[in-house]
Design a protein. Structure first.
Length: 160
């Protein structure tokens, strides 16, 4: 219906700042749109890839549908192994928190996935950066405080 107008390459640094700003204003849709404009001009822009992953995962707790496959597409383009593992952990952590708010079914498994990714990132970490430890500990505390347990499917869970 509409042909989108391309962003000029010179405008990318300012657009990245705007995307960060909109995320801080709790406007993840606007941040995502800006990142899409950046990625249309510079498909490998690592900062835009990280920001779009964060903007999309900001929306988990809201009532918008955000497909995991779309986020995975962007995560797979993050070239730094540490950052890819770290932000994958953040996506799982945010999905777990949103799940917990909506009743908690399988929140434990999602937190466990996040913790696994944070451990992978920790192994790749360059000295002096303990962000992965902080995130892992945060997940462990949420699991403990909420007495989360693995979800087991029983025969009663299915309708015949």
């Amino acid at each position: 219906m509409f042909n989108l107008k391309p962003l000029s390459p010179q405008a990318i640094p300012a657009a990245l700042e705007k995307a960060k700003h909109y995320r801080l204003l709790n406007e993840p849709g606007a941040a995502e749109s800006i990142c899409l404009d950046i990625l249309a001009v510079d498909p490998e822009n690592q900062e835009a890839l990280v920001n779009i992953v964060l903007a999309m995962s900001d929306r988990f707790g809201k009532d918008y549908a955000v497909g995991d496959s779309r986020i995975q597409d962007y995560l797979s383009k993050i070239s730094d192994e540490y950052e890819c593992a770290y932000y994958t952990g953040i996506v799982y952590e945010r999905r777990a928190k949103a799940t917990l708010v909506k009743g908690g079914l399988n929140a434990f498994g999602l937190f466990q996935q996040a913790m696994n990714w944070f451990e992978k990132a920790e192994a790749l970490s360059r000295g002096g950066n303990d962000d992965t430890i902080l995130r892992w500990n945060g997940c462990a505390r949420i699991i403990t405080r909420n007495n989360l347990q693995p979800y087991e499917v029983s025969a009663n869970d299915f309708i015949e």
